[in-house]
Design a protein around this ligand. Structure first.
Ligand code: PBE
Length: 333
């Protein structure tokens, strides 16, 4: 009897341990499930709080076209999401209002921009590379702007685009476009002055030109040459960076001796007007990803004269106070 009892003891101990482990595993699995459920609840609470609506900008903007793509790729449309179109200015005031009232919002955002100066924003991850495709940019640079092929890129570059043949028509302006480039911070600062400080774009441009004489001297031709054309027309799509940068370029072209005209127009119209030689230049070619569809349509009639910014970012963002479970576009489903 004694002996038998002794033999059972280790078995009982083992059973008790196994039982405890099983119960612990089950409960931690349940905890995990409960946590996931909670996260899903907070994710869908966010979607509900913003009415399943992404705040967008003007319908022709590349970021709008890519947001449609993203909504399809991440099956957001199926989940009830929609993209509301308005304008850059309306998007910014919606963002500002939300931040002031600590209310949730999700918007199409990009850099360089002043949005990041007025709001602490969380850029949502984009594992499918819908908005930012550095590999595509490297290949694009190799083909169309080889002098920039060694540039560090993380997304699109911003190109100075002219019609094919402009180089012969206005060699001095073309030469300036080859050289003209600014930092992403400079453009963010222009947008800040425009959007937040409410300054006139021409005033911002004139001040920039005055304060950066030495730099600008280096972009200009060293000797008198035939200007070719008398006047240069710049097409401006409805975005704040393009609004100021076009005036900066106009101010510099005037100093070289050209007359200038700036024409505001829809995003797509910039590309068709360039191809038709209705305008000479755009300083807002977000390529190759954001304006891919426009480039595919008209690129063979156009030329990249220069790259005016190498560092950009585009995508969807939420204020940092929004639920921490919203980290990626995938979390919106
Ligand atoms: N943007 C600003 C443009 C390019 C520059 C991001 C609004 C667009 O989406 O086409």
């Amino acid at each position: 009897m004694e002996k038998n009892k002794k033999n059972y003891v280790p078995i009982i101990i083992a059973l008790v341990i196994i039982g405890a482990v099983v119960i612990w595993l089950m409960s931690s699995g349940e905890q995990q499930q409960a946590l996931e459920q909670q996260n899903n609840i907070s994710k869908s609470a966010f979607a509900g709080a913003v009415d399943f609506t992404i705040t967008g900008i003007d319908p022709g903007a590349g970021i709008m076209i890519n947001t449609e793509k993203a909504m399809d790729k991440y099956t957001l449309e199926k989940a009830g999401w929609q993209l509301s179109a308005s304008s850059s200015a309306a998007m910014m005031s919606a963002l500002q209002d939300s931040v002031e009232n600590n209310e949730p919002i999700i918007a199409t955002v990009w850099e360089p921009h002043s949005a990041f100066a007025i709001a602490d924003l969380r850029k949502l991850e984009d594992p499918e590379n819908i908005y930012n495709d550095p590999q595509a940019t490297k290949e694009f640079l190799k083909e169309f702007a080889p002098e920039y092929s060694a540039a560090e890129v993380s997304s699109d570059v911003i190109a100075t685009v002219v019609y094919q043949g402009f180089k012969n028509d206005a060699p001095v302006a073309y030469n300036f476009f080859q050289n003209f480039n600014v930092s992403s911070d400079t453009q963010s600062n222009w947008i800040y002055q425009l959007n937040v400080q409410d300054k006139d774009p021409e005033v911002i441009a004139d001040e920039y030109v005055d304060e950066n004489r030495d730099l600008i001297e280096k972009w200009l031709p060293s000797q008198e040459t035939d200007l070719g054309k008398d006047a240069i027309t710049i097409g401006i799509p409805p975005w704040p960076g393009a609004t100021v940068k076009s005036r900066v370029v106009a101010a510099i072209l005037e100093e070289i001796g050209y007359q200038t005209e700036v024409k505001e127009m829809d995003s797509g119209v910039v590309y068709t007007s360039l191809a038709d030689k209705q305008i000479d230049v755009s300083v807002a070619g977000w390529l190759p990803t954001t304006h891919q569809s426009y480039w595919e349509e008209k690129g063979d009639q156009l030329e990249i004269a220069g790259i005016n910014i190498t560092q950009t970012w585009l995508g969807l963002a939420v204020p940092q106070y929004v639920d921490e479970n919203i980290k990626s576009i995938e979390d919106l489903k």
